[in-house]
Ligand binder design. Structure first.
Ligand code: RP5
Length: 165
């Protein structure tokens, strides 16, 4: 986080979601994208949810990354109250391994979109990268950093596997 007006908001339903959502935050930090991070629970803090969602556009947020687990209503409820794009991250739950979270987030009715990512770390990482890609459409410097990051990822893939056994 920095002093610039946040361009991306990261929210999660509980402190227990942090180890997952940290991966999105780390991506935003790596790319120098101004962001803020909040706990907003659809079930435990509904008033906070409404205030956050209704204020998102006026605050200048360009994307909201919303992670939740279990009965994961947070991304959809936020999306119902803002036109700011919502990127939903299903957090891996204890009881059902995040399949419940995935289904809760991905099965939005037509008219209220939530872009839904993979369960857990991969989903949070990709939500961060997706937010960076959205912003890169109008930020050439960020676009270059994203291209460089992807090139480095490609260069990091060995042509042949190390024989481990
Ligand atoms: C959801 O319930 C949260 O997003 C979290 O993934 C899950 C469990 O929350 P805690 O009981 O750990 O606070 O609302």
């Amino acid at each position: 986080m920095d002093d610039a007006a946040p361009q991306v908001g990261v929210i999660m339903g509980s402190q227990s979601d942090w180890p997952t959502m940290a991966h999105a935050v780390h991506i935003l930090e790596e790319f120098g994208i101004a962001h803020d991070v909040r706990i907003v629970s659809a079930h435990r803090t509904p008033g906070r949810l409404i205030a956050y969602a209704k204020g998102a556009a006026d605050r200048g947020l360009k994307a909201i990354i919303a992670g939740a687990g279990g009965a994961a209503h947070l991304p959809g409820m936020v999306a119902s109250m803002t036109r700011v794009p919502v990127l939903g991250v299903p957090v891996q739950s204890a009881a059902l391994s995040g399949v419940d979270s995935l289904y809760s987030i991905v099965q939005m009715p037509g008219g209220v979109p939530v872009a839904t990512f993979a369960i857990g770390k991969a989903g949070a990482t990709n939500a961060g990268l997706f937010a960076a890609a959205l912003l890169a459409n109008t930020d050439p410097d960020l676009a270059q950093r994203l291209d460089d990051w992807r090139a480095a990822q490609t260069d990091g893939v060995a042509p042949t596997p190390v024989r481990e056994g």
